[in-house]
Ligand binder design. Structure first.
Ligand SMILES: [Fe+2]
Length: 374
């Protein structure tokens, strides 16, 4: 099995099913990237911001989806709309009344759901947001919708890696051994029993467990400020296709939204959210809990950012392609790669490429796989 020389290195893994590995070219190829923008990012729902960021009439925020400039704005009646952005250059601000909504371009589909996130899609005939997320929000919907939320932390980073690598680091958990903090606070029996659950449209939940924060020197339990309906110190997670992450951990919600810029560059926006009803003191504690792990100088986030940048460095355009295995089966528990297989199967169907060999269409790859099984 081991690749001991170049001939073996290049061979298709014989004993492994073809849905259990991906070809590294899917992380670096320019044409595949263009196809992803057209067939995936132009069709899916993206939570472009949170309603608390545009809390008053005429406040707006700009962003892009699949390279298309978008403006999200609240009207005088308080309703939120999304439009193609033709002229606004500021990232956020307030629209001047006299310019207002004159000559407004056609609106885009927009919906405010799941804790007040503003979801937008370029798709002209999108599924409802409920159909799109399938059951993936069941694990935290009650917690997110119990009372209004508020963004207390925002930073963005442009990372030299393919956007799928950021999805991967949020999805697979065996790299947890990389994180000292997670090893100290997390590796108990309930951690190893966490279950991956797959939903339609490529979404995955990683089951909850209780984090032992006080095992880490200087850290404290998140009990006091637990989100509503969330058991004490629990950690729920949704990995959404094609790369949005909702991460509810004790006292703070973290949401990652990715904007792919090129095959080897992604902008990631990181938001931390608490309850709008927080007192100043509660807010400070919540921010400390969030930032001590997930802030730019926390105990976890930068380790993932370094890891994905390094991974991309080995898969650049001129590197020899290789296959990346997702063949681990452990009854869907935490280190089982079922979530990765689910994501890449969905990815293959949307771009019509076989993830294990992108020179084949999805159907061609699938029929090869069926022959192998027969
Ligand atoms: Fe990580």
């Amino acid at each position: 099995m081991a690749a001991r020389n170049h001939v073996k290195w290049k061979q298709v893994p014989g004993q492994i099913r073809s849905g259990e590995y991906v070809d590294s070219r899917i992380y670096s190829d320019e044409n595949i990237f263009k196809k992803e923008m057209k067939t995936i990012f132009s069709k899916v729902w993206i939570p472009v911001c949170h309603e608390s960021e545009i809390s008053e009439p005429y406040r707006f925020r700009t962003t892009t989806i699949a390279g298309v400039p978008i403006l999200v704005v609240r009207d005088s009646g308080g309703e939120i709309h999304a439009l193609a952005n033709t002229s606004e250059r500021r990232p956020s601000g307030k629209i001047e009344l006299e310019v207002g909504f004159k000559d407004m371009p056609d609106p885009l589909h927009c919906d405010v759901k799941f804790g007040g996130f503003v979801w937008v899609t370029l798709n002209e005939n999108p599924p409802t947001i409920e159909d799109w997320v399938d059951g993936s929000f069941d694990c935290m919907e009650k917690s997110l919708n119990a009372e209004p939320l508020d963004v207390f932390h925002y930073h963005k980073a442009i990372i030299p890696c393919n956007y799928k690598l950021w999805h991967d680091t949020n999805s697979e958990f065996y790299h947890d051994y990389l994180h000292y903090h997670n090893r100290i606070t997390g590796f108990n029996e309930s951690y190893f029993a966490r279950e991956n659950k797959c939903f339609n449209n490529g979404h995955v939940n990683v089951g909850s467990f209780e984090v032992q924060y006080d095992n880490y020197d200087g850290f404290e339990s998140r009990e006091e400020l637990s989100f509503p309906h969330l058991p004490t110190n629990h950690w729920e997670m949704i990995d959404m296709f094609p790369g949005i992450n909702f991460n509810l951990r004790g006292s703070a919600l973290r949401v990652d939204v990715m904007t792919p810029l090129s095959p080897d560059k992604v902008m990631i926006e990181f938001r931390g959210l608490g309850l709008k009803s927080d007192t100043d003191k509660e807010r400070l504690i919540r921010q400390r809990h969030h930032n001590s792990i997930w802030g730019p100088f926390g105990r976890n986030l930068h380790e993932d950012l370094i890891a994905v940048s390094t991974q991309q460095g080995t898969m650049h355009d001129h590197a020899e392609p290789r296959r990346i295995l997702h063949g681990r089966h452990e009854n869907n528990t935490i280190h089982d790669e079922v979530g990765m297989r689910h994501f890449y199967d969905e990815w293959g169907r949307w771009v019509d490429l076989w993830p294990g060999d992108p020179s084949l269409t999805y159907t061609e790859g699938q029929s090869l796989e069926l022959q192998k099984v027969a």
